[in-house]
Design a protein around this ligand. Structure first.
Ligand code: IPD
Ligand code: CA
Ligand code: CA
Length: 267
């Protein structure tokens, strides 16, 4: 199954790379001013689903653009056909195809393909994480002040502002903060040590299914914002190299409890 996910992600990713920046239709999702969907989100998803259905017609599929099929199966394929659609639509080369495979509720395999850099991130439960076939590991950074972190914001940010306070707090606590615009790539970058930690408050299962397995298989930690075991269905995600995890939980807790640290630490 991993091989099929790799082939499907590569095929869709190559198509996206070839057509990136070329004229295409861009729509807004119903009622959401900033949530875009391009015709290539749909094309990419259809290509991936076609391959899965040809080989595993009875498997369940949960995909961002077409939703969930009605199969009852122990296997569920969880697909984000373009993670980083806003980047993609604006010609920013940070986007990926993400495919996770669940078996009886546990993620057993994950693939994230970044076609711009031709980087294929893969993981199978219990077998480690890989970038283009080479084993990858989380970073060894042990202090938050030496860490580079990333986060992201939801499309309904105007009414879902919860992460703004955390963003501000981590600005003062870490070496640097990034907002790359692709949760799947953020997670892979934690897995391979380019980032030390990543959190977000409002994700969907397809954003993180593959990426969280990559982090765990690369030796990192995946929890909710309070440090409890993570779930791809619970919206929130905190991942790190493990070493800075508790410190990150502390900052997030402080943000939830008392708002901004600015009065204490900032100008
Ligand atoms: C989005 C990206 C972004 C994250 C958003 C996601 P999409 O996914 O992963 O980085 O901050 O929360 O919705 O819409 O580009 O597939
Ligand atoms: Ca996504
Ligand atoms: Ca998407």
């Amino acid at each position: 199954m991993l091989e099929l996910a790799i082939d499907a992600a590569r095929e869709a990713g190559e198509m996206l790379k070839d057509l990136a920046g070329k004229a295409q239709r861009i729509d807004r999702k119903a009622g959401e001013e900033t949530n875009l969907v391009t015709e290539l989100d749909r094309t990419s998803e259809a290509m991936i689903i076609k391959r899965i259905k040809a080989r595993y017609p009875d498997h369940e599929i949960l995909a961002e653009e077409s939703g969930r099929n009605s199969r009852q199966s122990d296997y569920r394929w969880i697909i984000d056909p373009i993670d980083g659609t806003t980047n993609f639509a604006h010609g920013l080369p940070i986007f990926a195809v993400s495919i996770g495979i669940e078996y009886r509720g546990a993620i057993i395999a994950g693939v994230v393909y970044d076609p711009t850099r031709d980087e294929m991130f893969t993981a199978e439960k219990g077998r480690g994480a890989f970038l283009n076939g080479e084993a990858i590991h989380v970073s060894a950074t042990s202090r938050l002040i030496d860490s580079v972190l990333a986060t992201g914001f939801p499309y309904d940010i105007k009414t879902n502002r919860g992460n703004v306070v955390h963003f501000e707090n981590f600005l003062f606590e870490a070496r640097a903060l990034r907002r790359l615009g692709s949760a799947a790539i953020d997670l892979c970058y934690v897995a391979c040590g380019r980032l030390d930690g990543y959190w977000e408050l409002s994700l969907n299962p397809w954003d993180m299914a593959a990426g969280v397995l990559l982090v765990e298989e690369a030796g990192g930690r995946f929890t909710d914002l309070r440090g409890r075991p993570g779930s791809i269905y619970s919206k929130t995600v905190l991942t790190s190299n493990g070493l800075i995890h508790d410190h990150m939980v502390g900052v997030l807790q402080r943000g939830e409890a008392g708002g901004s640290d600015r009065a204490v630490k900032g100008p």
